[in-house]
Design a protein around this ligand. Structure first.
Ligand code: HAM
Length: 427
């Protein structure tokens, strides 16, 4: 293949400055809410030992792994998600980390997915996790943060909904139906991709797992859309079912106390494809457009122990950049244009090189906290003004204007068109 024909690999993106601007808008929105909720940022490696994912993340993610052998014959994988890394890091420090931890990260992730709207092979995902909190206070904190974040981008309760369910309750229900414990992960994965694979394939998968006979009962469970519906399916709950129902009730009470009930629904069809969830699970969907999930997460109280650490509870979620950006675009909520430099210095001498005195002024202004650009090529005034516009400059300073006495400069505000002469200290 000729070099000029080489394109980005399928499912990856180039970020030209205009794309990067939008990306930064999303990242800034994420970061500011994480910080306002008191989460600390962390990061891990982009590749890990393959075994960190196999058997922990669940069959679907393992099928999508980019894995390889390095030159030392080690089996490694590009990270498809951050949660196993977080668990590994928490285990590595053990009790030295004071719990509960509230951590966030914005990793770049890799999944060999079928290319489709909202799904890429390389993407970013905000992760927010709380480690070491047993009660639904953790879920409430995370869900409040998701809602705050989406509102910060300009979305309202008519644009998205947080759908909440309980993996613990589903697990208890599968016990009631006699589904073997070692089949459950397969059943969750099948349920999670049911809409994607279609009914016939879904039933075939359940048959294969020996759970083909349970569908009518499952249907009844999956039609529940309120706590009331659930109490009808569980009129006489076991201790485990009771605890799971109580968690849902407590979570709704806490979030309703924050006035967030408009953005929440119980939706038992939310199962989550990943294997490690043990309690409440949730996903965020847009309303009306039908994009894929904006975010998903839940409680995973056994993951640290399953990776050899001390048992510790954890809850978290991931929100991808791709679907969120699509939704913001659909709703016209992405920022337009460039927010550029404070000053563009136009050199009226229009020589081939900018004047050294002008560069010195630029340096002084930067030292005073202003952002400053100027033409590297000098040239005609009109050209420099075009460059100032392209740079998104707020003001142009006419360097060498004879209307400004020594120590002052003639400045034009590009938004208002207003022109004035200012002393350097006032710039
Ligand atoms: P997940 O449901 O696999 O969960 O991913 C969460 C979000 O990441 C999705 O809702 C979607 O926005 C985004 N996402 C996933 N795959 C892709 C893709 N191929 N392209 C673009 N966006 C994608 C997890 O990853 C869990 N580890 C989240 C978590 C954190 N649970 C607890 N803590």
């Amino acid at each position: 293949m000729a070099a000029e024909h080489i394109q980005t690999p399928k499912g990856t993106r180039d970020f030209f400055p205009a794309d990067m601007r939008l990306q930064n808008h999303v990242f800034d929105g994420w970061r500011s809410v994480c910080r306002s909720f008191g989460y600390e940022e962390y990061e891990g490696p982009t590749f890990e030992h393959l075994e960190l994912y196999v058997g922990k993340s669940g069959p679907e993610i393992v099928e999508q792994l980019y894995h390889f052998k390095d030159k030392g014959d080690r089996d490694l994988a590009l990270r498809p998600e951050l949660t196993p890394t977080l668990a590994r890091m928490v285990n590595a420090k053990g009790p030295a980390l004071r719990k509960p931890l509230k951590w966030f990260s914005i990793p770049r992730l890799y999944r060999y997915e079928r290319a489709q709207r909202g799904r890429l092979r390389e993407f970013f995902q905000l992760n927010m996790d709380i480690v070491g909190c047993d009660t639904v206070a953790a879920e409430a904190d995370l869900i409040a943060a998701v809602i705050e974040m989406l509102r910060g981008f300009g979305l309202g309760s008519s644009d998205f909904a947080v759908r909440i369910a309980s993996r613990a309750l589903l697990s208890e229900f599968l016990d009631r139906l006699g589904v073997a414990a070692d089949c459950k992960a397969g059943v969750y994965a099948a349920l999670d991709k049911r809409a994607k694979i279609g009914e016939a394939e879904f039933r075939r998968l359940l048959d294969e797992l020996g759970a083909g006979n349970v569908t009518p009962d499952l249907e009844r469970f999956f039609q529940c859309r309120s706590l009331q519906d659930l109490t009808q399916v569980f009129p006489d709950p076991s201790a485990g079912e009771h605890a799971a129902l109580q968690d849902l009730q407590n979570l709704f009470t806490l979030l309703a106390g924050l006035g967030l009930e408009d953005s929440l629904t119980i939706d038992t069809s939310v199962v989550r494809g990943l294997a490690y969830y043990t309690g409440i699970v949730f996903e965020v969907f847009d309303k009306g457009i039908g994009l894929r999930a904006l975010a998903g997460g839940g409680r995973y109280d056994s993951l640290m122990a399953s990776l050899g650490g001390a048992p510790v509870s954890a809850v978290g979620f991931g929100m991808g950049d791709v679907v969120l950006a699509e939704l913001l675009k659909e709703k016209d909520l992405l920022p337009q244009g460039r927010s550029g430099v404070d000053y563009y210095l136009a050199d009226l001498a229009s020589g081939e090189l900018p004047r050294a005195e002008m560069l010195a002024l630029a340096q002084r202004l930067r030292g005073a906290g202003r952002s400053v650009a100027y033409s590297l090529k000098g040239g005609k005034f009109k050209k420099q003004m075009e460059e100032a516009n392209d740079a998104g400059a707020k003001r142009v300073l006419f360097f060498g204007s004879d209307r400004a006495p020594a120590g002052s400069f003639e400045v034009k505000d590009l938004a208002s068109g207003e022109q004035q002469v200012l002393e350097e200290a006032l710039l």
